[in-house]
Write a protein that binds this ligand. Structure first.
Ligand code: 4AD
Ligand code: MG
Length: 477
């Protein structure tokens, strides 16, 4: 007999038929009612056990977490809270879960506790909902680009270059750390390393994606990226997934249009396709908000937050304008910010980004034309020689969700920039050559996938929206 998914059965189409399901017990009460979940939906199906005709031995094994197989008749439910239930005829315990040992019991566990049980946490409603939304968003990403004529390119995970020039890389090496080969100058001789040079895990696929955009026209990457930055915040991971479109013949305005259209598409996709999970997460967030002091509570529900992005035009504001707003803002004057904005050129912290979005503009914000000094080497220099064609998209509760730019397509300007920033031009010979052969205006951006999932699910810590988070001092599982 075919095993059905609980999601299918809950539609009620198979009422009065014999059905079979397999799943994990969420709760078992009154020696009669099993709430069973198989991961296909946030909802459990109620299985009614005929306890008089079930062996004592089996009843004892019906504990939270056990895997079972159930065959029975799907009937309309008499009880409250569900439309259909299964009158069990045959029940098999596939795998027991000893209640003395199984940590996920039917009570509220803290997210911190569940992070330590990351191999089991997907069996909770919260994490299964988050991971289903994550999966849907990732599908929507591919669907958007596919519908819009983009090609998916797979850029290397191991590279020899530091795309962001921030020096936050994880080394990849097969040299013996205890006894590395040395050069005459007594330095480690990477010529003898696996690749014959120093290599690292990529911080971004952008540079390689640019080469493909200059042949395929419109491309995107969607893969893991790695940053060895020692940031223990709720928005940073050492391993995260990034989506990076790159488009030939596109300027910064077009890049902003693309980013806004793309983000709205994937959020809309989640709203349309993850209704049950979002409803659950919305209620979860409401409960969570209630435990916070009044002043810190968000005045928007999850659905309202998602509509806030869908229904508003993203405000496009230059860095210079933003600095003026911030300098004159209340929290700056009253020294409420941790970092006081004193002059043009300051790097913005997430407190400033969130002020602009949540308090000042009350809309998602695209900041553009940043000072060259605080941005990467590849961004196109403006005629003022002070700013570059950069753009960051700022979201409520998140701060920066997208970073992108129009790229410097002029060979001489780029070479000067590379030299001025102390980057080894030999490492970037191929990137520079793009500017020699058929160079053209082009632009792209990177969206941090976990920050998107964070926003879409209303979760507050980025460690809770990726299956196995990698953060400083933590690579368990
Ligand atoms: O702003 P970033 O560093 O931009 C780039 O890497 C460019 N090469 C992108 C491009 O133009 N193709 O990173 C892009 C986004 C950020 O806006 C943020 O959402 C996310 O990646 N991000 C992180 N997410 C989680 N943990 C981290 N440590 C992150 N660092 C960046
Ligand atoms: Mg950035």
């Amino acid at each position: 007999m075919k095993t059905e998914s609980i999601k299918e059965l809950l539609t009620g189409e198979k009422v009065l038929q014999e059905v079979k399901v397999k799943g994990w017990i969420r709760t078992f009460r009154s020696n009669r009612f099993i709430a069973l979940n198989d991961g296909s939906t946030i909802h459990n199906i109620q299985c009614v056990v005929d306890f008089e005709n079930t062996e004592e031995e089996i009843l004892k094994q019906l504990n939270t977490g056990a895997a079972i197989s159930v065959t029975g008749t799907l009937v309309e439910s008499q009880g409250k809270g569900q439309s259909v239930e299964i009158q069990v005829k045959e029940l098999k315990v596939l795998g027991i879960a000893n209640p003395e040992e199984y940590p996920i019991q039917p009570k509220k566990h803290s997210l911190e506790f569940l992070r330590e049980k990351a191999h089991l946490r997907v069996r909770t409603s919260t994490f299964s909902a988050v991971m289903r939304v994550r999966s849907a968003l990732s599908f929507a990403v591919h669907e958007y680009f596919n519908k819009n004529g983009f090609y998916y390119v797979n850029t290397p995970v191991i590279t020899g270059s530091d795309a962001e020039g921030a020096g936050e890389m994880f080394r990849v090496s097969t040299l013996d750390p205890k006894n590395p080969p040395l050069t005459e100058e007594n330095e480690i001789n990477y010529k003898e390393d696996f690749f014959g040079k120093e290599t690292n895990l990529t911080v971004s696929g952008q540079l390689e994606a640019e080469t493909y955009a200059m042949g395929l026209g419109k491309v995107y990457t969607f893969g893991p990226t790695f940053r060895a930055e020692n940031s223990n915040t709720s928005r940073h991971l050492a391993e995260f997934w990034m989506i990076e479109p790159e488009v030939a013949f596109l300027d910064l305005d077009g890049n902003m249009d693309l980013a806004e259209d793309f983000i709205k598409y994937v959020i809309k996709y989640a709203l349309d396709n993850c209704k049950d999970d979002l409803e659950f997460l919305e209620n979860r967030l409401l409960q969570e908000e209630k435990t916070k002091p009044q002043a810190e509570r968000s005045d928007m529900t999850l659905t309202e937050k998602l509509h806030f992005v869908l229904d508003n035009n993203f405000k496009r504001v230059s860095y210079t304008e933003a600095i003026d707003i911030l300098k004159n803002s209340k929290p700056n004057k009253k020294k409420k910010f941790n970092y006081i904005i004193e002059e043009w050129g300051a790097d913005l912290q997430s407190e400033h980004e969130r002020f602009l979005v949540e308090k000042h503009f009350k809309a998602p914000v695209i900041l553009f034309d940043y000072p060259a000094k605080i941005k990467a080497f590849y961004m196109r220099q403006n005629d003022d020689n002070k700013t570059v064609r950069a753009m960051d998209i700022l979201f409520p509760g998140i701060g920066e969700i997208v970073g992108g730019s129009q790229r410097e397509e002029r060979y001489d300007v780029l070479l000067d920039k590379v030299k001025a920033m102390g980057i080894d031009e030999k490492e970037l010979w191929w990137y520079l050559e793009l500017r020699k052969f058929g160079t053209a205006q082009h632009s792209g951006f990177g969206l941090g996938f976990e920050r998107l999932v964070l926003f879409a699910t209303g979760m507050t810590n980025i460690r809770d929206v990726i299956p196995f988070p990698r953060t400083p001092q933590n690579a368990e599982f």
